[in-house]
Design a protein. Structure first.
Length: 674
């Protein structure tokens, strides 16, 4: 997935670069074979006296190979080949500067006596090509270093090569011999000019983070205008001038008519393209205004949705204060806090997931999964909501199991979001159907309801961010309007697509997911782990600078039968771990005196700590935070508020004391993160 700020993904640019490099490599080998096989036509595409020289073809082939190695990740080979290209350009240029002949130009001529036109010596390419090879070689050497500080200079060098070869190409286009045939100044064969131009453009494409590619790929008004104007400058203007010139040469019209006709057509083309560009900018501005309006509505909705659970939580706290030991009242208040906290967590999680996707930071944890358990998990999640509205959910699955290469958590989230949407709009006693069927190499998952339906004018925008079907103040259903957007993005990350259908208001709606089947469908080995309640009990050290959080978690774990200890800073965590030698450490990251990463590293330095299960229990849940946790020595990274059942499962599956198992720790970290 590429950044939402660009119109082209880095992967697409990489593929384009590879295709262009293969083309120049093929063309250079073909031209060189013309010398080897004594076929002049292969070295002069216009069948003129100027031919591409054999050493030119060799250097172009080396530069093309360097680009292929660069796009494959072999930076050292790229530097070496780039250095050879630089050496060839410098040595040839020195021959002109010193009025010398180093002799290497004659080695690949195969004794041929043709193809010397426009050269100062047989086999020697001209100064423009020498400078071009020098700049292309330097660009490849800079690309060979991984530092972006070196890459920023490549587009500038490549643009100089484009300018040099452009004069030669225009000379060939308009028959201006001085542009391509003066030995001391502009001598360059047509094949050489085209291939060098292609290499220079490839250099620019290979640096998408810098101008001009940065502007051309940018999803902005400036980028849109650049994409419209460049074709006018590069293609249309030379084409009209060429057509006008050819028409005059063929006697179709006189010189005055050709000038007037060329000017008129050029003006019409420029006005037409500029008009198209302005209309595109106008549509873009309209979309931006619509997005701003939806964002404003979203912020208002977000404030509303956050206040909804906060109000009962505040009431429940008051109930607990006034309960004075009334068990029934305390239980009701506790259940209320639990429900509303879960709602808050879901809202925050949806916002964070959407942020990760829009920034291109979402990473799927793919593995072989069976589809049926994922769907049943989503149905179970939405069960309370359906029961409250007396709705009936039916599930239709094929008898033969379907296996996918997917992230089970994210896929269940997709189906759950669609079911939540169906429950909201199916109405009291409504019906919801979830089905899955295999069609060729795809699996089709359908969520259908008989509720209020979707207006035809909203079907196109239903998956847009912040969209709401019911936008009135009196709307009865809650939600931020990002659930369907999130579902669409997650499905596309899995390589699938999603569509919405509805026959109109009052006729229900249907959401259809298509996912590719890319793995063997034979029965898999069960991945379920035995859960041993006895393993839940142990010595647990809890370190958190939030006193309420640490003490309440300690109380919960004590009620299950664990022996717990509490600390509130990083230095205390290290000291208590050495003194207590616990089985499990629940360690916050943002701690005073010593942060959780450093505390974990100090604990892991000791031999007695190799078998301790250390769990990061923190509010930081980005991918970068998880990576830092793994590097610091944590076995598992959990995000607050922690699911107690999930935590107990991790504790129950911890490695047995005195038996260190790296494989088990990796499994816990990958499969049981919450």
């Amino acid at each position: 997935m590429h950044s939402p700020l660009t119109i082209v993904s880095p992967r697409s640019l990489r593929r384009l670069s590879i295709v262009m490099a293969l083309c120049t490599l093929t063309a250079s080998i073909t031209s060189f074979s013309g010398w080897a096989l004594n076929i002049p036509r292969l070295t002069s595409w216009l069948n003129s006296e100027m031919s591409i020289q054999p050493n030119t073809a060799v250097l172009i082939a080396l530069a093309s190979m360097a680009i292929l190695f660069l796009q494959s990740g072999y930076h050292r080979i790229t530097r070496v080949l780039g250095g050879i290209v630089v050496l060839g350009g410098v040595l040839n240029l020195l021959q002109y500067m010193l009025d010398a002949d180093f002799g290497f130009n004659h080695q690949l001529l195969f004794g041929r006596e043709w193809g010397y036109a426009g050269t100062m010596a047989p086999g020697r390419f001209g100064p423009p090509a020498s400078i071009a090879f020098l700049l292309i070689g330097v660009s490849l050497v800079l690309f060979g270093f991984r530092s972006n500080r070196t890459h920023r200079h490549v587009p500038v060098l490549a643009l100089v090569v484009v300018l040099l070869t452009m004069f030669s190409l225009l000379g060939y286009l308009f028959g201006a011999r001085n542009f391509y045939a003066i030995p001391w100044l502009s001598a360059i064969a047509l094949p050489s000019a085209i291939m060098l131009m292609a290499l220079a453009v490839n250099m620019i494409i290979s640096a998408p983070h810098y101008h001009p590619m940065l502007l051309l790929c940018e999803r902005s008004s400036a980028g849109s205008m650049a994409r419209m104007v460049l074709p006018i400058l590069i293609v249309i203007i030379p084409l009209f001038i060429w057509l006008r010139t050819k028409g005059h040469e063929l006697g179709l019209f006189d010189l005055g008519t050709s000038r007037a006709l060329g000017s008129a057509l050029l003006m019409l083309a420029v006005v037409a393209l500029m008009w198209v560009a302005l209309l595109a900018l106008r549509r873009r501005e309209q979309r931006e205004r619509d997005n701003d309006r939806r964002k404003d509505e979203f912020i208002a909705t977000l404030a509303h949705e956050l206040r909804n659970p906060l109000a009962p939580i505040n009431n429940a706290i008051s109930m607990l204060k006034l309960a004075q030991g009334n068990a029934e009242t305390s239980a009701r208040a506790t259940e209320m806090i639990e429900r509303q906290t879960a709602q808050l967590v879901r809202l925050v999680d949806d916002l964070l997931d959407l942020s990760r996707i829009t920034r291109g930071k979402m990473e799927l944890r793919r593995k072989r999964i069976e589809l049926a358990p994922v769907i049943y998990q989503a149905v179970e999640t939405c069960g309370p909501m359906a029961d409250a509205a007396h709705q009936h959910i039916t599930v239709e699955l094929p008898e033969q199991s379907i296996y996918l290469d997917a992230d089970p958590v994210r896929l269940a989230q997709v189906v759950s979001n669609l079911l939540n949407n169906a429950c909201k709009f199916a109405g009291q006693s409504g019906g919801i159907n979830v089905s899955a069927v295999r069609r060729d190499m795809d699996v089709v998952i359908t969520v259908k309801d008989n509720g209020i339906g979707i207006p035809p004018n909203l079907l196109t925008f239903i998956f847009d961010m912040f969209s709401q079907i019911d936008q009135s103040l009196e709307r009865s259903q809650s939600g931020l309007g990002i659930g369907l957007t999130l579902a669409k993005q997650l499905v596309e990350l899995h390589g699938g697509n999603i569509e919405a259908r509805s026959e109109g208001l009052g006729k229900g709606s249907e959401f259809i997911i298509h996912l590719p089947i890319t793995i063997d469908q034979s029965a898999s080995v069960s991945e379920l782990k035995n859960f041993n309640n006895a393993n839940v009990k142990g010595r647990i050290l809890i370190v958190d600078d939030n006193t309420d959080s640490a003490n309440s978690l300690s109380d919960v774990l004590q009620l299950i039968g664990n022996e717990t200890f509490v600390g509130h800073d990083g230095e205390a965590a290290v000291a208590q771990a050495e003194r207590l030698r616990p089985d499990v450490i629940l360690l916050d990251i943002g701690l005073p005196k010593l942060n959780g990463f450093d505390a974990c590293r100090r604990i892991r330095e000791n031999t007695w700590a190799k078998d301790i299960l250390i769990i990061a229990l923190t509010g930081w849940g980005q991918e970068e935070d998880r990576r830092k946790s793994t590097e610091a020595g944590f076995d598992v990274h959990l995000v607050k508020p922690v699911d107690i059942a999930g935590l107990l499962e991790i504790v129950a599956n911890r490695p047995v004391r005195n038996v260190h198992s790296t494989e088990r720790s990796v499994s816990l970290g990958n499969d049981l993160q919450l």
